[in-house]
Design a protein around this ligand. Structure first.
Ligand SMILES: NC(=O)c1ccc[n+]([C@@H]2O[C@H](COP(=O)([O-])OP(=O)(O)OC[C@H]3O[C@@H](n4cnc5c(N)ncnc54)[C@H](O)[C@@H]3O)[C@@H](O)[C@H]2O)c1
Length: 324
């Protein structure tokens, strides 16, 4: 019997390049649709795999999406302009990719009878809130990036019926090693900077953030792909772990503790006003999802990578969706 074929948009990205490997290992057919904004290198190792198809295309192109959906059983939608700064730099494109293309993909998938779409959303949607936030807490997007995700989430959920099941994963801020490495994420950035320059700058520092290892994020996505639709009836899941909420100051201190000789430079000015502390009861209770890695382990992982000189030039543009 032919294996189930999953479409992974953004499959060359930070999350996608791990997910694609995992799905292949689990026996699925994987079709990646990506326009390789940060190169195709992340998939080099698995290129040529008999169950992997690579489509170099833009998700904003109606015809490419139509063709790419042929023979697909479930869709994982990761492709996006990711992060506040990257979206601000190219606002029109961000709306076209993150919102319009998402809706087109979902409509076409539904029309074809594809019954599941897993959408990578973000805890950034909570924006600025002092409470501990559940999926039912009010959304308060304070950036264009979060607005594109909030609007997409809402419209995807309105499309749900007995034939089409959108599943929304509000991922915490990710960290850790991936074949498509990102150093513009705060845990990775602090760990890299501390390793190379022995100094990190903290702007404000009181802002709360939930964190999740990128490998755990890929596992969570696969859990949703494999969960029976009844299990996804709650539809929206915060994805992370209660114990992995930290303030930026706490994070900086952890980095300084793990990477000796690191000086923390505290700056009063707050560049990023977002602060959110998130509750992850639902994903654990309904889907049995638990993390396997913690932030201190992620810091160690990056430190080791830098010590072993595995990443020659961590300032290379390819590791950044924007330059911090
Ligand atoms: N990394 C995080 O901390 C984080 C947190 C919450 C949510 N998310 C969400 O998870 C998903 C994956 O994020 P990531 O960190 O892997 O990002 P990433 O930037 O590493 O990957 C995005 C991928 O999408 C591709 N892409 C972008 N525009 C495209 C287009 N027009 N057509 C086809 N492909 C396109 C890029 O080439 C890239 O490979 C995103 O939807 C993001 O919003 C990420």
């Amino acid at each position: 019997m032919a294996s189930k074929r999953i479409l992974v948009t953004g499959g060359a990205g930070y999350v996608g390049s791990i997910l694609a490997r995992n799905l292949l290992k689990a026996g699925y057919g994987v079709r990646v649709l990506d326009n390789f904004l940060y190169s195709q290198k992340s998939l080099e190792e698995i290129q040529g795999h008999e169950r992997l198809e690579l489509v170099n295309g833009n998700i904003t192109d109606f015809n490419i999406v139509e063709k790419t959906l042929e023979g697909i059983e479930s869709v994982v939608h990761l492709a996006a302009i990711v992060g506040d700064a990257a979206c601000n730099m190219q606002a029109d494109l961000a709306v076209r990719v993150n919102y319009s293309a998402t809706m087109n993909l979902a409509r076409q998938a539904k029309k074809r009878g594809i019954n599941k779409l897993v959408f990578a959303s973000t805890c950034s949607n909570y924006g600025q809130n002092e409470e501990v936030l559940t999926e039912d807490s009010p959304l308060n997007p304070v950036s264009l990036y979060a607005m594109t995700k909030v609007t997409s989430e809402k419209e995807l959920l309105e499309m749900e019926d007995e034939t089409f099941h959108p599943c929304i994963l509000r991922l915490a801020t990710l960290y850790g090693l991936s074949p498509r490495m990102r150093f513009d994420l705060v845990v990775n950035y602090f760990s890299m900077k501390a390793s190379v320059e022995k100094e990190i700058s903290v702007f404000g520092g009181g802002q709360w953030r939930p964190f999740l290892h990128v490998a755990d994020a890929a596992r969570a996505v696969q859990t949703c792909v494999e969960a029976p639709n009844e299990k996804l009836s709650k539809k929206v899941f915060n994805c992370g772990c209660d114990k992995e909420n930290y303030t930026i100051k706490q994070l900086a201190e952890l980095v300084a503790e793990k990477i000796s000789g690191t000086k923390i430079d505290y700056v009063k000015e707050i560049k990023d006003q977002r602060t959110y502390r998130v509750d992850f009861t639902r994903v654990k209770k309904e889907l049995g999802f638990e993390i396997t890695k913690t932030v201190p382990q992620g810091i160690e992982e990056i430190k080791k990578e830098m010590e072993e000189n595995k990443i020659k030039n961590p300032k290379d543009r390819v590791y950044y969706n924007y330059l911090p």
